[in-house]
Design a protein around this ligand. Structure first.
Ligand code: ADP
Ligand code: MG
Ligand code: ZN
Length: 474
């Protein structure tokens, strides 16, 4: 039997206004090669200057990971040629990274926690982009010099599930801290997966294969599965030593397989040396004081939602996994409604209408509106059933909750007199059924409730209807 060993490297693009070493804008959706200057084009004589905002965001992440934040860190050159990197080296932090010895807890399915060690995280500059069009290849340097934090774990994960739990937790933390967009499709949260196997019980690390180019959690899971299968089959077939090499492989999303891209470089190949053009990066006392005050993180928020609002662990986990959803929930709660109703109307009703697209920042019905709608159910202005219609309407129309209820004619009648009058009418119209009911045919009670609701076009408060009918029919 084999044990799976996984270590993860994540490149997070930081959402600073300007690049890492120059004042070019980081919004690279602009026209190609317009967000460039002599520094990020690596023209002779141009010198890099560190963007302080990058260091501030590193302090926030380091704090969130409970890591050591090196008050002085240094930059190094990693030499390699690639057409989208005009410097022919990458400025990174090799010898003394800004963040060291952090960790992150994941919640395993059996309810236990597991700590994943984050060995280090360092600041580095992103490359540009190669664009291939038919026979033509172009280079866009808008992204060149954009700040990245590369976050590297120890080989602590033992299954694809654990890897995904770690990545989702890290992703969530980046969004909570708001230090990056962490959009996997757009490449602002890029994951390299290092995978090896070993006989169960063995302590030693075997040959690792690095898989790149995977842009969704689902594909990461697949990539690990197929890579583990490839390695264990090689082992069983007695060809492990020849077939499994330390190399970088690409994940093919169509064929669901990994393919060799290049032999894996060793650190020595990169000729790392201290970057001579930059000063050391210093985290000052003021910076430390200010940026180590980070917002409440997902785990703490989840626990608070459980304790303060009485949510169950599952719902609390779902709601706090995304910072937008958690904020949405808290804004709904500010309307003074019950947590149970807030949960249902957010995670069931609203999410279904958004077709599971949890990016609730795009929802036409904001938290205040949804909270108000729930409030109208709770103060009995509208029935739960009718409220669903109101929500459908609000998804399509720019209206406030109360006008929507009026427009749709769904205001619930709680007025005892009005409902009593309808009850009397229905009772008078069905004398035989009244007899049968009184004679013991209890099921007929539902018939009367139904008739009254129908006569009121669904607007009567069912609770009140029940009470009145009970009083009248015994
Ligand atoms: P590089 O940048 O060259 O890929 P790093 O040391 O930065 O090297 O990253 C190595 C990653 O691979 C780390 O996440 C580490 O935990 C992981 N790793 C190292 N050895 C193994 C192994 N035998 N199996 C799985 N993962 C490994
Ligand atoms: Mg790597
Ligand atoms: Zn620039």
């Amino acid at each position: 039997m084999f044990e799976v060993v996984i270590g993860l490297e994540v490149h997070v693009q930081l959402n600073t206004k300007t690049k890492l070493f120059c004042s070019c804008a980081t919004s690279f959706n602009h026209k190609q090669n317009t967000n460039t200057c002599p520094t990020c084009l690596a023209l002779p004589g141009a010198l890099p200057v560190l963007n302080k905002e990058v260091l501030q965001k590193a302090v926030m992440l380091g704090t969130a990971l409970g890591a050591t934040i090196n008050r002085t860190s240094y930059f190094d050159r990693k030499s390699y040629f690639y057409p989208d990197s005009p410097t022919a080296y990458q400025i990174t932090q090799f010898y003394t990274p800004v963040i060291q010895n952090g960790s992150l807890d994941i919640d395993l399915e059996d309810g236990t926690k597991k700590t994943i060690r984050v060995g280090f995280a360092h600041i580095e500059a992103d490359a540009g982009k190669n664009i291939h069009e038919g026979d033509l290849s172009k280079v866009d340097l808008n992204r060149a010099g954009t700040p990245l934090l590369e976050i590297v774990t120890q080989p602590d994960m033992r299954s694809a599930d654990e890897a995904i739990l770690y990545l989702k937790k890290l992703h969530s933390i980046i969004r909570y801290l708001d230090i990056g967009d962490a959009n996997m499709q757009e490449g602002s949260f890029r994951v390299d997966v290092n995978v090896s196997i070993r006989p169960k019980g063995d302590e030693k690390l075997y040959t690792r294969v690095e898989v790149k180019n995977i842009n969704s959690f689902k594909f990461i899971e697949k990539a690990i599965e197929v890579e583990v299968r490839r390695q264990s089959e090689a082992w069983e077939d007695g060809v492990y030593d020849t077939e499994i090499r330390q190399e970088t492989r690409l994940f093919d999303q169509v064929k669901i397989e990994t393919r060799s891209m290049r032999g894996k470089e060793e650190a020595a190949d990169y000729r790392y040396f201290p970057e001579p053009d930059l000063l050391k990066a210093v985290v000052t006392d003021e910076m430390m004081e200010k940026y180590s005050k980070i917002p409440e993180l997902p785990d703490a928020k989840r626990d608070r939602f459980i304790n303060e609002f009485g949510l169950n662990a599952y719902n609390a986990g779902v709601i706090t996994a995304s910072v937008e959803m958690a904020q949405f929930f808290e804004e709904m709660m500010a309307e003074g409604i019950s947590a149970k109703n807030a949960t249902t109307w957010l995670t069931v009703e609203l999410l279904a209408r958004l077709k599971g697209d949890v990016n609730i920042s795009n929802t036409p019905v904001n938290a205040k509106k949804l909270g108000t709608l729930v409030k109208r159910i709770e103060d009995q202005s509208v029935s739960g059933k009718a409220a669903k219609e109101v929500l459908d309407y609000l998804m399509e129309n720019d209206s406030d909750v109360d006008s929507a209820i009026d427009t749709l004619g769904l205001k619930q009648v709680t007025d005892m007199g009005a409902i009593e009058a309808i009850c009397d009418e229905i009772i008078a119209a069905n004398p035989e059924k009244v007899e049968q009911l009184k004679g013991g045919k209890d099921k007929l009670f539902g018939f009367f409730v139904g008739q009254v609701m129908k006569a009121s076009k669904g607007s009567a408060n069912p609770q009140v209807v029940n009470e009145i009918l009970k009083a009248k029919l015994g």
